[in-house]
Ligand binder design. Structure first.
Ligand SMILES: C[S@@+](CC[C@H](N)C(=O)[O-])C[C@H]1O[C@@H](n2cnc3c(N)ncnc32)[C@H](O)[C@@H]1O
Ligand SMILES: [Zn+2]
Ligand SMILES: [Zn+2]
Length: 444
């Protein structure tokens, strides 16, 4: 049985133990929310004695327990470095519940998050999926809810492997690091305590060894986003870093693109602010700095999939998860992912001692400011010399197959679990329609 690009029909809790061990790189899923809809699925017998469809449990505690059971059952199929992403929303109590008043939020995401942490999952992020085009609500005595939760869990915090950001080497045994060879395991960097003068921390050397090896406890590819709009600070930092812009105090008068100016740029042979701006934008586009580390509030428009299924999450949400968490390349020999490694260098944001401005020469704090610039990227390599294959992302509640569409479009593989046979068929049709790979298969 091939467990790639397939939909398996059945209850996730029953299917998970039948999957091969370590066969999945990532999981992204959105379960039926508590007390909201019925998916006309087969009734399931649960260990706590209750029989019914997930999400219809009489109490939030029972729902959380059933949901967490399913999550725990994924550990067998999910590779140790694989992460688990769960999209969940809260519900309002429509009637009085045990310990929850009518009209109150039930606190489902919070209950789930705590239960998962207590079961040993490492909650790395709680992302707010903000829905700018959320459906209006009739309530006038509270705000309209326009977000859902997205939890990112890793399985453990033990270092699983190390990667060398310069050679790309990938090892599962702790490398020598600063005990190793200069320039391939480590390099000298200026001591931050004394800036070269010598102090206790650097044993008066003025420099310290820095390892090229990074330990990783799960697979995550850093994601970047654009700097905040109008964040002149970032532009200024880059300008200063490149030392191509004459820094003047006070900084306010020194905006790189302050609009029309009466200064004689041509006469003095200087660049106009507009040219400077363009050059900087160009260099940013050239990945000099890919942007800032991605934040945890994601604004993504809801999409209406026209098929018979409801509660579909947007393809863009699935794509964002896949890019960060599902490797594009996995070794077909050892099953380990390739990691994208950025080679960065740190550059001073001020001219420092060479500055014409006495305040900069005097101020050690100003001189110390640095910005990291990306010089290039490489991929880690496990050294097996076997074929690379795309990572597999699994969805435990596949529905209309959004994860499948996103996975194929991004050159990954999917595995879908879905209880309702009607949705299995629907998802198969959707994947065929909406992906190039699917369309190709149709014509074979
Ligand atoms: C919120 S929907 C998922 C929607 C999906 N993310 C999409 O974009 O289309 C939840 C799905 O889980 C399915 N489901 C419910 N209980 C299940 C179970 N025990 N095992 C597997 N699937 C189940 C439902 O039939 C439904 O299709
Ligand atoms: Zn020092
Ligand atoms: Zn390998």
């Amino acid at each position: 049985m091939n467990y790639r690009n397939q939909i398996l029909q059945g209850n996730s809790l029953d299917l998970l133990p039948t999957l091969p061990e370590n066969s999945v790189d990532t999981i992204f899923t959105s379960p039926p929310y508590w007390g909201l809809r019925e998916y006309e699925t087969k009734e399931v017998d649960w260990a706590n004695g209750w029989t019914g469809e997930l999400g219809r449990e009489p109490t939030p505690a029972m729902y959380t327990e059933n949901l967490c059971k399913i999550m725990d059952a994924t550990r067998h199929a999910l590779k140790p470095e694989g992460s688990l992403w769960v999209n969940l929303d809260d519900s309002m109590a429509k009637k009085k519940l045990d310990k929850v008043s009518r009209k109150s939020l039930v606190g489902i995401p919070a209950r789930f998050q705590i239960a998962m942490i207590e079961r040993g999952w490492v909650c790395r992020n709680m992302i707010i999926w903000h829905k700018p085009d959320v459906k209006p609500e009739s309530a006038t005595d509270r705000y309209t809810r326009d977000y859902e939760h997205l939890f990112l869990f890793s399985q453990d915090n033990k270092t699983l492997f190390w990667v060398n950001s310069v050679t790309g080497q990938f090892v599962t045994k702790q490398p020598l690091g600063i005990q190793g060879i200069e320039d391939s395991d480590w390099r000298w960097v200026t001591c931050r305590g004394c800036w070269g003068k010598g102090c206790n921390k650097c044993k008066d050397l003025g420099k310290k060894k820095r390892t090229y090896w990074e330990g990783k406890d799960y697979y995550f590819e850093q994601q970047f986003e654009a700097y905040a709009p109008n964040s002149d600070v970032s532009y200024r930092k880059i300008i200063r870093a490149m030392k191509q812009y004459d820094t003047k105090e006070p900084y306010k008068d020194n905006m790189p693109y302050a609009g029309v100016s009466l200064k004689d740029y041509e006469g003095t042979g200087a660049e106009t602010p507009k040219d400077v701006k363009n050059r900087i934008l160009q260099s940013m586009a050239n990945d000099a700095r890919p942007g800032r580390n991605k934040r945890t509030v994601w604004s993504i428009h809801c999409e209406n999939y026209k098929g018979a299924h409801f509660a579909v999450f947007p393809i863009k949400l699935a794509e964002a998860v896949i890019k960060a968490a599902c490797p594009r390349y996995v070794c077909s020999g050892c099953g380990k992912p390739r990691l994208k490694l950025y080679n960065t260098k740190s550059v001073a944001t001020r001219p420092g001692k060479e500055s014409k401005y006495p305040s900069e020469i005097r101020s050690e704090t100003l001189r110390k400011r640095t910005v990291r610039i990306v010089e290039g990227a490489t991929y880690s390599d496990c050294g097996c010399k076997m074929k690379w294959e795309p990572g597999v992302i699994m969805d435990l509640f596949f529905g209309s197959g959004t994860v499948g569409v996103a996975a194929l479009n991004l050159g990954r593989q999917y595995l879908g679990l879905e209880l309702n046979p009607k949705f299995v068929k629907l998802a198969e049709e959707r994947i065929t329609e909406e992906t190039k790979q699917g369309r190709l298969l149709k014509h074979i």
